[in-house]
Design a protein around this ligand. Structure first.
Ligand code: PLP
Length: 376
């Protein structure tokens, strides 16, 4: 059997062997509960503290501003539900292209009568800053705009939005799950809350973090023990925390070279696909975008069918549509960008990783070109 080609790094990334090694040694040697007062507990606390430093360093934050969670979904829920609980009458502004961890949480808050506004998006996949600015008022309790979109990879104008929010004293959150570890994410002078996830940056699954700026507050999402100042209780998942810390440290060291590598290959991929498939559609800005993302459509070739055929050819990729009551629905991200549903249903997302090779890219180009040529 020929080797598989993994083109779905936005879904999850393979764990870095160095991360696995750290986790293995922590899991086998550090069994103390990080809350215990004796030596074993203190050793475990040191591991948590070190990982907190590593995560903070990636974001240019302070260690005490980092809370470990079970992943991006929990971090997102904590912020949206926490703000809604704190100010039930305050309006929450979220972009129309958020991941379901924000989108569905915001919808659930709206059902509970919390005012929520979904902000429009431009055709290039970036949030419409003018519309956002017009929606800012004293009644707004939170603005949440993702750092980079998970379907198109489009980088959002976070600096611009953050300065609008800061000028008005409005708290801002960003779901940076896709961006962290791939592009520079700096919380200084930008956001007040930020979500990240271990498994998107070659770390473990089921672990993530929430950055909360000093001076900002959130009620806990979970109630329990006094861990993490009682704000995120539960016995610390020591090996996962250590793994997340290591993954952040590695990502910080190698970020630029990894990004440059992915960008060269993505450009090769795009050029090759365009040459072989003249009617190829590309979604979202190509300049303000994560280096490893290419969201495209071969018009008339449904993504479900293309993905199945790619899988048979040894290529793993994904689409943006969701199955709802047995029928396919176009992605809410592409719909918000004004893409016609019939074309949106053809979208496939190819996401490269740090270890993607030129040979893999060339194979993807030739397989996709051949499949496009077989269209009825
Ligand atoms: N936010 C974004 C933008 C994501 O891409 C994902 C995962 O796909 C999540 C949140 C959820 O993160 P996790 O899988 O760690 O819960």
């Amino acid at each position: 059997m020929c080797d598989r080609i993994y083109m779905d790094h936005a879904a999850t990334t393979p764990m870095d062997p160095e991360v696995l090694e750290v986790m293995r040694s922590v899991a086998s040697a550090r069994y103390g509960n990080a809350s215990s007062v004796y030596l074993e507990g203190r050793k475990s606390r040191e591991i948590v503290a070190h990982a907190r430093e590593q995560v903070a360093a990636l974001l240019h934050a302070q260690a005490e501003e980092i809370y470990f969670t079970s992943g991006g979904t929990e971090s997102d829920n904590w912020v949206i539900q926490g703000i809604a609980k704190k100010s039930p009458r305050g309006r929450i502004l979220v972009s129309a292209i958020e991941h379901p961890a924000i989108r569905r949480t915001a919808m659930a808050m709206a059902e509970a009568d919390v005012p929520v506004t979904f902000l429009p998006t431009l055709a290039d996949g970036r949030v419409a800053v003018d519309a956002l600015e017009a929606a800012l008022s004293e009644a707004v309790s939170l603005v949440s705009v993702m750092w980079a979109n998970n379907e198109t990879g489009v980088l959002q104008p976070i600096g611009e939005i953050a300065s609008l929010c800061r000028a008005r004293g409005i708290p801002m959150h960003s779901d940076a799950v896709q961006a962290c570890g791939t592009v520079a994410v700096d919380v200084r002078d930008t956001v007040d809350y930020l979500s990240l996830s271990g498994h998107k940056l070659y770390g473990p699954r089921g672990i993530g973090a929430l950055y909360m700026r000093k001076g900002r507050e959130l009620p806990p999402l979970l109630y329990g023990g006094h861990q993490q100042d009682g704000l995120r209780p539960g016995t610390e998942n020591l090996q996962a925390i250590a793994g997340l810390g290591k993954a952040c440290e590695i990502a910080q060291i190698h970020m630029e070279e990894r990004a440059a590598h992915m960008l060269v290959l993505r450009e090769r991929l795009l050029a090759g696909l365009r040459a072989g498939i003249p009617d190829l559609c590309v979604f979202g800005s190509l300049t303000s975008r994560l280096p490893g993302n290419l969201a495209v459509a071969i018009p008339g070739l449904r993504s479900e069918s293309l993905l199945l055929q790619l899988d048979l050819e040894g290529i793993a990729a994904s689409g943006g549509s969701a199955c709802n009551s047995g029928s396919m629905e176009p992605s809410h991200v592409l719909t918000a960008m004004g893409i016609a549903p019939s074309l949106a249903l053809d979208m496939v997302r190819l996401t490269l990783g740090k270890d993607t090779t030129q040979e893999e890219i060339d194979r993807v180009i030739s397989v996709m070109t051949a499949l496009a040529g077989q269209r009825a």
